[in-house]
Design a protein around this ligand. Structure first.
Ligand code: CAA
Length: 284
């Protein structure tokens, strides 16, 4: 995988582009407009600089990664890619549109078309293309450069060869630990994580405990790196809501149903770190 494409340069896409470029690939990053592209590039640059400042990444490797990256709003620049990883917002219509476009522009008949969706069935995105055997889920965790897991999700139609190539790429050059999941909403991690986050939001909403006490309880009492409300702020309330809705739609189990507070805060634009206000406040 020497020619990689990443569609979407938000929280997840910028992290995926960063690790792919650090692994030595030529990476083309596509965003919908110039503004989103500039924001994504700034996010990636700030992550790389922090990695250098903390001694995690040598300056030479960061410079090489910068040279490996190019940014565009033109989808046709993906034509010669061997793998394209889609990481746009968690919206089925939008992702389906991206896959239909990728099917038209990516000319390599062996190219892998991967999605970082957290919850949308891979088969639905695969069926938007004429090559469902090459479509697969590659689910990363935020922050992508720090967290070592990738869930690989094959649909009913993904070929064994595509699955093997993606396993090899994620665990080799990208240095991730791979787990496999069936093509069910939430896969392995979110099917466990989302009910936990929703329970914390219900606890807050019912007045059972304060946001500070809920998070302190889990950080100090259970040694989690961050509490569930701070983690929801990190993931984004809109993304958490979208994943919960997909899980609820698929399984109809009450513990997947999003609490009204999560919906209202998302509707109000209180999305967590990315909007600087969620369950907690964040400085610019
Ligand atoms: N490359 C490599 N290393 C980097 C880096 C980069 N670009 N940027 C930062 N780092 C390193 C830092 O140097 C630091 O290393 P040390 O611990 O050795 O000092 C480490 O990564 C952590 O960096 P931070 O400065 O950000 O420090 P932190 O200690 O405040 O940790 C956190 C923040 C990593 C987010 C941690 O709190 C954490 O792991 N939280 C849990 C996050 C989690 O659960 N994510 C999963 C969300 S679910 C999801 O993503 C999927 C979904 O579908 C919803």
């Amino acid at each position: 995988m020497e020619r990689v494409g990443v569609v979407g340069c938000g929280l997840m896409g910028s992290g995926i582009a960063e690790i792919a470029a650090r692994a030595g690939a030529d990476v083309v990053v596509v965003e919908r407009d110039r503004e989103a592209l500039a924001a994504g590039q700034a996010r990636l640059e700030s992550s790389l600089s922090r990695a250098v400042a903390s001694g995690k990444v040598p300056e030479a490797e960061a410079s090489e990664a910068r040279a490996n990256l190019s940014y565009t709003t033109d989808f046709t620049r993906l034509t010669d890619r061997q793998i394209v990883i889609e990481a746009v917002a968690e919206n089925e219509e939008l992702k389906t549109e991206v896959f239909a476009t990728l099917d038209k522009v990516v000319s390599d008949p062996d190219a892998v078309l991967a999605t970082n969706t957290s919850s949308i069935p891979i088969i639905k995105l695969a069926m938007a293309t004429g090559r469902p055997e090459q479509v697969i889920g590659m689910h990363f965790f935020n922050p992508v450069p720090v967290l070592k897991l990738v869930e690989v999700i094959s649909s009913l139609l993904t070929s064994a060869e595509t699955t093997a190539r993606v396993h090899e790429y994620a665990s080799g050059p990208l240095g991730k630990k791979v787990i496999t999941s069936p093509d069910r909403a939430g896969f392995v991690v979110n099917a466990l994580l989302i009910p936990y986050l929703l329970s914390a939001i219900r606890m807050l909403e019912s007045g059972f405990a304060s946001a500070e006490d809920i998070d302190t309880g889990m950080v100090v009492g259970c040694a989690h790196p961050m509490g569930p409300l701070a983690l929801t702020d990190l993931i984004g309330l809109d993304t958490t809501l979208a994943v919960a809705e997909s899980l609820y739609e698929e399984f109809k189990e009450p513990h997947f149903a999003p609490p009204p507070l999560l919906s209202r805060m998302s509707q109000a634009g209180l999305l967590g770190r990315k909007s600087r206000q969620g369950f907690f406040s964040y400085k610019a």
